[in-house]
Design a protein around this ligand. Sequence first.
Ligand SMILES: [Fe+2]
Ligand SMILES: [Fe+2]
Length: 221
Amino acid sequence: SGLMIASLLAERIRKAIMAFEFHGVGHVTASFGVAEYREDETWESWLCRSDAALYAAKEGGRNRVVTDACGADEADEAELLDLAFLRLVWRSNYESGHALLDTQHRNLFEHANNLLIAVIGERPTDEVAPQIEALVADLLDHFRDEEAVFRSIGYSGADEHALTHQGLIDRAGELVANFTSGELALGDLFNFLAYDVVAKHMLSEDRKFFGQMQAIRDTAG
Ligand SMILES: [Fe+2]
Ligand SMILES: [Fe+2]
């Protein structure tokens, strides 16, 4: 989605989080950094700009949305003012060409979208808990399968990538425990899934390995 929509969504989520009384914690606030992905930039550059906007939001007193200033074609934004866009949208250039891994990645996207619906709908912890349990189980399965695939093709970054997976699993475990005990907002769990797992890992780290997998396939073919 475009910058304006993303900002509107961030604002809506921020308000939902702020209005929600979390069991044992009360009210919490969240800051958001929004940056639009540009055709000519790398994922790293995009993430760096969103990080900078998030930092500015926190510096500006927290509980706010800060949008990265450059970019954004205002004309294209108007037609996106449809809240049906309230989801992460899968794009064909996210595909690796490996059927199982692509199916699992799409499934994790769906998990992120369902979690977003729960955040916005302010669903209670006991209702969301099974959803999160299923999500973590799918994440573990996916990491295991992906590691098997990249070891089978002799991917040079296999060990390093497996370590990154382990780090994400550990972090997911911590966050889920904190959420279950009422210390963490559902929005923070969503943020971890959407940002750390989907944007930073799946759409950045995984794609390094997809590139090498493609090259091996081309040589073999
Ligand atoms: Fe992956
Ligand atoms: Fe991965």
